[in-house]
Design a protein around this ligand. Sequence first.
Ligand code: SF4
Length: 317
Amino acid sequence: MLQQTRIPVVTERFTRFKQKFPDLWSLAEASWDEVFKEWEGLGYYSRARNMKRCAETIVRDYAGNFPAGYDELRKLPGIGEYTAAAVASIVYGEKVPLIDGNVKRVIARLYGITDDVRETKTEKKIRILLEEHLRTLPEEDTASFNVGIMELGEVLCLPNAKPLCEGCPLKDVCAAKKENRTREIPVLSPKKKRGIEQKTVLVIRDENAVYLEKRPEKGLLSGLYEPIMKEGHRTAEEVFSGLTDEGFEISEIVRLPDAVHVFSHKEWHMTGYLVRLRKEMKKDRIFRVTKEEESRYAIPSAFAAYREYFWNQEVRL
Ligand code: SF4
């Protein structure tokens, strides 16, 4: 949960999640809707998806025992290089390096590496250097070494040319410090710009319910529920004729405020409409959801700006 989410938010949600799913079995046996509902608002839903798949795998293939070694950990859904290395080295003392942004910065400065640290080949170089160090250490020091380098980056070897070298235990052997190049190292290529997608969000409702769709089982926010959404920014007339063609009988349409939701790799720029129907509508793959039923449907926070219009009768049409 702590990946990409702030500690104050996680603290309360983690406790709730643990109460709902106290062990691997309860998570493995839960329905997807239950898990997503418990994750609602935390974003990055692939983490929830992977955690459930991981629980299923451990219950099915490892009789419910969390595997210990790096190679076994890497086979589990959602456990990448970093997490496997963290668990294997910190919990079990296995000699595998732990590499995050802080570690890359420390090692690049320590050895005066001027290659782009976002490139895989530079990370490989850093990995080899760390492995050499780990080989010289007793097993019981693996965790302290890995955590120590990370902490050094977090506390002293700060980014943006502001390292606190005077207090650093490596200052006498650090290439960047000796050559006065801490401003230039690490070299970081600019991050890719996020793509922008335009969407039209339709809060369609009748007297007692709102209409939701389930997102596809693969891809962004897969398996979650959302208000009806169309590609591009549409005018009220386009919304009216499009929905009428789909069989909706519309009494009124009202424009809602625009909203933006930022994902790690893309942005949704949304325009919204509240659509009131003349009568209830039944349609394949569209869920008619009453207020009482809403708590069963996990709706991503991307739609937070429009969710208040699900039940807000103050909005005059
Ligand atoms: S001496 Fe300065 S630049 Fe070198 S590792 Fe320590 S804090 Fe970082």
